[in-house]
Design a protein around this ligand. Structure first.
Ligand code: FE2
Ligand code: FE2
Length: 137
């Protein structure tokens, strides 16, 4: 998968973090392609998971501060994301199905970035335009 402009939601701080998540994802993809040993994949997955925790916490703090009306729902979606990752980490202990891992993260990234986070963008652009990118992308 390659980064492209359709991934940009138009809120600078969030887009910068999504790009970082994407870079973690590419590192995992490369590692799978190179058939790295299990412990390397495990390390990369841990790194991704911890960055993701940080990102989801930032997003939730932002939505809380601006009193986004559907923030509870968004929080729920984040809980299920972290649950899926925990399951994946557990599954990785018993197999080294790298292709499955890559598929999961690509799907997760597309769902979370392209769909999940779109729900608050219109609200922010309307109520807090100063948080949106100057370019208005
Ligand atoms: Fe996000
Ligand atoms: Fe989110």
């Amino acid at each position: 998968m390659k980064w492209n402009s359709s991934f940009v939601i138009g809120i600078e701080v969030i887009d910068a973090q999504h790009k970082k998540i994407f870079e973690h994802l590419l590192a995992i993809e490369n590692s799978v392609a190179k058939r790295d040993p299990w412990h390397i994949l495990r390390f990369l997955l841990d790194e991704l998971a911890s960055y993701m925790k940080f990102h989801l916490a930032v997003e939730e703090a932002m939505l809380e501060v601006i009193r986004y009306p559907a923030r509870a729902n968004h929080h729920e979606s984040h809980l299920s994301i972290m649950k899926q990752i925990a399951e994946l980490e557990a599954a990785l202990k018993h197999s080294d199905d790298g292709a499955n891992l890559v598929r999961f993260f690509e799907n997760w990234f597309l769902r979370h970035v392209l769909a999940g986070d779109r729900d608050y963008v219109a609200f922010i652009k309307k109520e807090f335009p100063q948080l949106a990118e100057r370019s208005g992308a």
